[in-house]
Design a protein around this ligand. Structure first.
Ligand code: FAQ
Length: 311
């Protein structure tokens, strides 16, 4: 027998209405959301590092100002998402501890290095492009605070994607060496950006339930298809080649056929064995420890303000 509360929850979901923090929800729904939203928040925070690597070396003052603004947006998205996760009953301290202990996941994509300036272009174009494809449907996620956070995040991501596209376009209109640098970055980021959407549908244990709860609206493979469909005409404008010789549009099925993603590599990265996993976590851990005095000072200041106003 299902309870009245559960019936109401099911009705809200069926009617495309939103679940809010104080509403009753199944424990598994709460857990799934904490998992996904905290992983998403961690991705934004760890995701600041690959691009942070180029802030001091951006090729002009203008490029530097833009890149700084983008990385700051990522910090903002992370904080926004941690706040959304906190409405589900987990504290920020717990989430941060899970991340720095290496118990939490964050997107595989941020474990790849950024050796050249063109990587800033490829990240904007491909990584933010994939993020938009994945996150626009999340604006309609059934959990209110998550869906609303996504609206603002997506607006900022589209600016990020345009700036990446524009970096690549500038390089592609430059010297032979600059064109080679742009193509090399696209070659290195293309496959990992496809893997951002997660494992194939038949190996995605969470998808069915998350779709039934209307957290996810499309499957991992459906979103990957959409992403490739977006990239193909843009790659043509850029003049870059997508590094998949098997990629072609199949008129009959209306789908893109593509080469096989290296799933062994993907799962290795998830297990902590990607090219930069250790470095990324170490950096976050050090930043957290170095920032301890700031958190303590802020907490002490808040305590004094509260006791002063109580007088
Ligand atoms: N990396 O059953 P599924 C950004 C895990 S965008 C690592 O399919 P689900 C913006 C998955 O967690 C990047 N782990 O799982 C930016 C699960 O493990 P668990 C962040 C992955 O949740 C741009 C297991 O595999 N975006 O940060 C990945 O239904 C530039 C089985 O998978 C989001 O987080 C992966 N790629 O679908 C920032 C979007 N894929 O938890 C800076 C929100 C899968 O059971 C610079 N998240 N896994 O132990 C989602 O939409 C979903 O969580 C998916 C995965 C689609 C990522």
């Amino acid at each position: 027998r299902i309870s009245d509360e559960e019936r109401l929850f099911d009705e809200l979901i069926a009617n495309e209405q939103r679940i809010e923090p104080r509403d009753w929800m199944p424990e598994a729904y709460r857990k799934t959301l904490i998992r996904q939203i905290s992983q998403h928040a961690h991705s934004e925070i760890i995701g600041m590092q690959p691009e942070g690597n180029w802030i001091t070396r951006a090729p002009s003052l203008k490029r530097k100002a833009i890149l700084m603004a983008k990385v700051q947006d990522e910090a903002g998205h992370g904080l926004y998402l941690y706040s959304a996760a906190q409405t589900l009953g987990i504290t920020r301290d717990e989430m941060m501890q899970q991340l720095i202990d290496g118990r939490a996941k964050y997107s595989s994509i941020f474990n790849y290095p950024t050796p050249t300036w063109a990587d800033m272009g490829a990240i904007g174009w491909l990584v933010d492009g994939a993020a938009i494809c994945n996150q626009v449907p999340l604006c309609r996620a059934s959990y209110g605070p998550y869906g609303r956070a996504m609206v603002r995040v997506c607006k900022e991501e589209s600016f990020h994607q345009r700036q990446g596209f524009e970096i690549l376009l500038t390089l592609m209109q430059g010297t032979e060496e600059q064109r080679r640098m742009a193509q090399d970055a696209v070659d290195r980021w293309y496959w990992p950006s496809l893997a951002m959407f997660g494992p194939p549908d038949d190996r995605s244990p969470n998808s069915a339930q998350s779709m039934a709860w209307k957290i996810k609206r499309f499957s991992n493979d459906e979103l990957r298809q959409r992403f490739v469909g977006m990239l193909v005409p843009q790659a043509e404008i850029l003049g870059v080649t997508l590094p998949d010789p098997e990629l072609r549009f199949d008129e009959a099925s209306g789908r893109y056929e593509m080469g096989e993603i290296d799933w062994d590599e993907f799962f290795e990265v998830l297990r902590g064995n990607g090219p930069c996993n250790t470095e990324r976590l170490e950096r976050r851990r050090t930043a957290h420890e170095d920032g301890a005095w700031v958190r303590e000072a802020a907490a002490e200041y808040a305590r004094r303000q509260a006791s002063a106003s109580a007088l």
